[in-house]
Design a binder for this molecule. Sequence first.
Ligand code: FAD
Ligand code: NAP
Length: 314
Amino acid sequence: MSDTRHCRILIIGSGPAGYTAAVYAARAMLAPVLVQGMEPGGQLTITTDVENWPGDINVQGPELMQRMEAHAREVGTEIITDHIATLELGTRPFTAVSDGGIRYSADALVLATGAKARWLGLESEDRLKGFGVSACATCDGFFYRGQEVAVVGGGNTAVEEALFLTNFAEKVTLVHRRDSLRAEKILQERLFRHPKIEVIWDHVVEEVLGAGTPPGVTGLRLKHAQTGAARDLPCTGAFIAIGHAPASELVAGQLELHNGGYVWVRPGTTETSLPGVFAAGDITDHVYRQAVTSAGMGCMAALDAERWLAEQAG
Ligand code: FAD
Ligand code: NAP
């Protein structure tokens, strides 16, 4: 390893949580170093219209993230385009080694590596992402006013997305691969009671159907999980809600995780199970998963880290 860098605070991740933590840490004169990862700007760079970021009635996701990056840089963050390959949290200072061969040592660490929606893995799904296929009803539901949409999945997220979509869509069909949901009973009751929602049980998606230029979703080709019988479900939007995968591989076995891999933090803080390591954004949030909540947690992480570093020094 040719290069070693020491920093007071190392921020891993360049989504809203990472950049906000960077702005606060830089303004606290902690000279933060932020490593961007494979997706500089995070999840919002793969979307178009963002219509719920306060202060912007409509902003393009990539543009918003460029502004956040510029802000973090302007106030004194060193931003590095690299990916952290390993993290060693057993001794302090913590060490991180990047793909680019840099070894970082850090007095405090902010983990802001986000979470990724799980996808079905179909070629047609991939092709129509952003053209009717979405994994975020909160983000995209508004575009389906008066239309028929489908939600795939049977957990809390799928049920919440289906209920949320009734605010816009004429009809919502939940497609689930089994004959019972794993969502909380109270959510199930709301779902079954809702006049706009229909459930198709025991079916998996074989193909997302699409047509036109630019392409748009026209339906889902479904297959019965037991009999194999095929049927088509007409819809103009397909919301895939089969779970999210938090990007916590770096800290698995080193920090307490919960709810299927999310980094546990002490309620009301960003403190993880290890002093000096703070987590913000989707990596720790299995409930809200929004840009604004991630940014809020990024602010909290920087403030928590600043306080912790001051305590160590004093
Ligand atoms: P992310 O944005 O997920 O960023 C994670 C960062 O970590 C990335 O920069 C990645 O490169 C980095 N990283 C990961 N692993 C490593 C590593 N090993 N080393 C270094 N870096 C690493 N929310 C809204 O509020 N409004 C919307 O309209 C909206 N639209 C969305 C549309 C889509 C298509 C998607 C997928 C999400 C949308 N969301 C929206 C949700 C929002 O994008 C997320 O809640 C938010 O981006 C989470 O921010 P984050 O900082 O926690 O992580
Ligand atoms: P989840 O609980 O893991 O549910 C995923 C659902 O998708 C399951 O019903 C699963 O089917 C289905 N699924 C998975 N892979 C599939 C595939 N390839 N094809 C078809 N269906 C597939 O995920 P989640 O709903 O996103 O919830 C994640 C965590 O966040 C959970 O702990 C949940 O409680 C929590 N959460 C909480 C709230 C809340 O408190 N309000 C809201 C949202 C999420 P099977 O059932 O057959 O496995």
